[in-house]
Design a protein around this ligand. Sequence first.
Ligand code: AKG
Length: 268
Amino acid sequence: MSRQGTVDVGHLVAGFGMDGHACVPGLATPEEVAALRPHVAAAARQRNPEPPPLESRDTYGKAFLQSMNVWRLDEAVRSFVWSPRFAAVAAALLEVDGVRLYHDQALFKEPGGGPTPWHQDQVYWPLDTDRTITMWMPLVDVPDEVGSMTFASGSHRQDVATFDISDGSEDAVSALVAERGLQLHTYGALRAGDATFHAGWTLHRAGPNPTSDVREVMTVIWYADGARATAPANRYQEADLRLWLKGTEPGELAAGPRNPLLWPADGA
Ligand SMILES: O=C(O)CCC(=O)C(=O)O
């Protein structure tokens, strides 16, 4: 840690630019994560009070219970999601001066939950910048059998036809990865509080959960300050514009009340 309490990730910046992913072990302490966990779980239950049985869901639904913008439900979660320590890592890896919050999501892969098909996050985002990044932080130790995500290194720099998360994206991207000989990388088992970061256009997937424990993960997405909202290119982007960029019209600076500037932080 530096004197300002930020984590020095200078050694990861070049690799992130090349590969579109990085891992920061121990970004949150076990104590911080243990204190946060019940707050995220309660907020996630509020968002998904009665999930339908796993067997009745489609592939996307089997991959995880997805609870968005849980920071709005709980002060402890807000303080974690808005943490300048995490936002500073995001800004450093993106090599930008400032980042704003896009949204958070808790991603709980239940026991017996299926794989998360290959996809690119930015397909869903009506933003005019490719300086976007997701932090994926397990709130519990993730064992080898579950694992963290697999990334196609350098795919954020390639021209890839866009796919939404589905069986179709799994098949099409698997074929594309093989055709182009993209290198796959996973950081494997992670401890609670470790974090991976990936660029919005990096192709990634995750395996199923064959264990009897929930894979509890918290994610936060940021984009470079100064980005503008774009006209939605698909129905997902229409929903994102309304929900996560609420109050911002296409063409305007994406700087609405749900998108606070989290780095630089006040007084940093
Ligand atoms: O947690 C997962 O299974 C997938 C998460 C993911 O795709 C993401 O955070 O962008």
